[in-house]
Design a protein. Structure first.
Length: 252
């Protein structure tokens, strides 16, 4: 049975393909727009809850396809980043954002220490533990996080199509940038970079052990449907394979 094709369950973290033959772990922190009923939609409208502020549109289907093509373990958060952003440490101001882009989040305003602690325990810790366990079970894990971004942010159009993001370890990002073709506008640390606080998962789970890692950001209009998600997965998986092969050859 292909574990990637099993239905999503009702847990807060989806972990699939744990017996994958490769050393790759594909992580999707912003996979879901789900907000538990307890939070009353955080005071937001239905339209806003479907927008990019609640989740990364197209990121989970892309991550699923990448994990399939790369024979990788897949870990995905199953709650909206508005409840808790699993790509942020508990002390980050935007871990439970009071405002996202131009939208105020009423249900996150003036949270008490106890409310924040409850969200950290309930939503962040299981996700962190799932990634930690997946990484610990591999001799030389390679961590790839998958995100999407909106084409228009604060009214400005973004022309970059694919961002290759890294923190202090540039090895896999460098190799991916070299492996990328000219069919897409690909840039380093765009539309975000480490100074924006977006590399938490890499810093938490890859940098301490010296493991290869990279964060992929894809403009969400390029992964808007099944066909485009499959095409992008084909493209990125080919780049990743070329990048890993080049790194392996360099160490021989």
């Amino acid at each position: 049975m292909n574990h990637l094709n099993r239905p999503l369950d009702d847990t807060l973290v989806d972990v699939r393909n744990t017996e994958a033959p490769s050393s790759l772990v594909v992580v999707c922190e912003h996979a879901s727009s789900k907000i538990p009923k307890y939070f009353s939609d955080l005071g937001l409208s239905g339209e806003v809850l479907k927008s990019h502020i609640a989740w990364d549109l197209g990121a989970l289907p892309l991550a699923e396809r990448l994990a399939d093509r790369l024979d990788a373990t897949l870990i995905a958060a199953k709650t909206s980043r508005l409840v808790y952003d699993c790509n942020r440490p508990p002390e980050a101001r935007d871990a439970m954002p009071e405002r996202s882009e131009i939208t105020d989040i009423p249900g996150n305003a003036n949270l008490s220490a106890a409310q924040k602690s409850d969200r950290i325990t309930t939503y962040y810790e299981p996700f962190r533990q799932a990634v930690s366990q997946a990484v610990a079970e591999l001799d030389e894990p390679i961590l790839i996080t998958v995100h999407s971004f909106t084409p228009i942010y604060h009214g400005a159009r973004r022309d970059v199509e694919i961002g290759i993001l890294h923190d202090t370890d540039t090895r896999l990002a460098d190799a991916l940038l070299s492996a990328a073709d000219a069919d897409h506008i690909v840039r380093r640390n765009e539309p975000y970079g480490p100074d924006d606080g977006v590399t938490h998962t890499l810093k938490e789970h890859a940098l301490p052990g010296g493991f290869l890692n990279v964060m992929l950001e894809v403009r969400n209009d390029l992964v808007a449907d099944d066909a485009s998600q499959s095409a992008m997965a084909d493209t990125l998986s080919a780049w990743i394979k070329r990048a890993l092969a080049s790194l392996e050859a360099a160490t021989c």
